[in-house]
Design a protein around this ligand. Structure first.
Ligand SMILES: [Zn+2]
Length: 135
């Protein structure tokens, strides 16, 4: 059971105040059938939070079925350190891109994932399509 009052793993901090999980990505992770993320950046953030929480169900539910992997493996011992959104771009009402850097640590080694992700909206829901590695 996820602690609802903890700071949200995605680090969203409007006005420099860190949002609680239940006021941020928790709204979507805990009720994704009824409460889908309203935009591509929110979906991106909630998927990062889902990775940190090991929530394969959420990751699968928000992955474009045509691109969804058959199985999802979480790296044992990987510790997520933070997410930073670099850019969010709307292409048209149903397509968007989000560029981000996600930092993690594995066996004492820092890992930096810099990706531009593509998202599509179908029937009012955003889905992750795929991503392009940058730098
Ligand atoms: Zn969040």
């Amino acid at each position: 059971m996820t602690e609802q009052n903890m700071p949200c793993p995605c680090g969203r901090s409007p006005g420099k105040r860190l949002l609680a999980y239940r006021d941020c990505c928790g709204r979507y992770l805990e009720d994704f059938e009824q409460t889908p993320a309203p935009d591509a950046e929110s979906l991106m953030r909630s998927r990062y939070s889902a990775f940190t929480l090991g929530r394969a169900d959420y990751l699968r539910a928000t992955w474009d079925p045509a691109h969804r992997p058959a199985t999802l493996d979480f790296e044992q011992g990987l510790k997520w350190l933070g997410l930073s959104i670099r850019a969010a771009r709307t292409i048209d009402p149903d397509h968007a891109e989000v560029e981000f850097v996600a930092r993690s640590r594995l066996d004492g080694r820092g890992i930096r994932l810099h990706e531009r992700s593509r998202f599509v909206r179908r029937d009012g829901r955003w889905f992750y399509v795929d991503g392009e590695m940058l730098g």
